[in-house]
Ligand binder design. Structure first.
Ligand code: ZN
Length: 193
């Protein structure tokens, strides 16, 4: 799927809204993004994940691992399409850990999948778990890279969409200066649905 076609899917599902929004941080932005809104539809989940699976096909991935919670849906579908074992890591007392009887073996070829990468913190913690286990990192795949390519977590780092996060303090917000009505993301999303 082309980037414009992919952007269109994100817009029509309400995952990507354009306007004037107050983010949970209190900053203002001209876009609101909620990846889960596109992934709730099976045809979109399949299409988005096939972009990632195609990139890593032929790279001998043995296991897919995702940081909970956001990465699990994408990781599971990418793993299903690649036909490989899929597990997830989760925080216990603030520390990323592999639980539930999951394990990584030395030299196991592991692909890390996340839904949205902004600073890459959770993925970096999962990569540390892979290194500690002696397993081998094949690469990192995500649906959206909100760092617009600035965050590089692996030699082979693939994202379906790259986009810049543009936000402002309320004082410096150009949309406020232009008198554009502001929405809280939830209320805007509800109006559209
Ligand atoms: Zn504003």
């Amino acid at each position: 799927m082309s980037t414009p076609a992919m952007l269109d899917v994100f817009k029509t599902t309400g995952a990507l809204l354009e306007g004037h929004f107050r983010l949970t941080s209190g900053r203002h932005s001209n876009t609101y993004f909620q990846c889960a809104k596109v992934l709730q539809y099976p045809e979109h989940l399949t299409a988005v994940c096939s972009e990632i699976a195609r990139h890593f096909a032929g790279k001998n991935v043995e296991t897919v691992i995702s940081p909970a919670i956001g990465g699990i849906v994408v990781g599971t579908e990418v793993g299903r399409q690649l036909g490989v074992k899929t597990i997830f890591a989760e925080r216990k007392d603030g520390v990323m850990t592999i639980r539930r009887g999951f394990s990584l073996e030395p030299d196991e070829r592991v692909l890390v999948i996340e839904d949205v990468i902004t600073t890459g913190g959770s993925v970096a913690e999962v990569i540390e778990l892979i290194k500690h286990s002696g397993a081998s990192l094949v690469g990192v795949g995500s649906v959206v890279d909100r760092s617009n390519g600035r965050v590089r977590l692996a030699d082979d780092h693939f994202s379906v969409l790259s986009m810049e996060v543009i936000n402002y303090t309320p004082e410096e917000c150009p949309l406020c200066k232009d008198g554009v009505t502001i929405d809280a993301p939830g209320s805007r999303a509800n109006k559209q649905s």
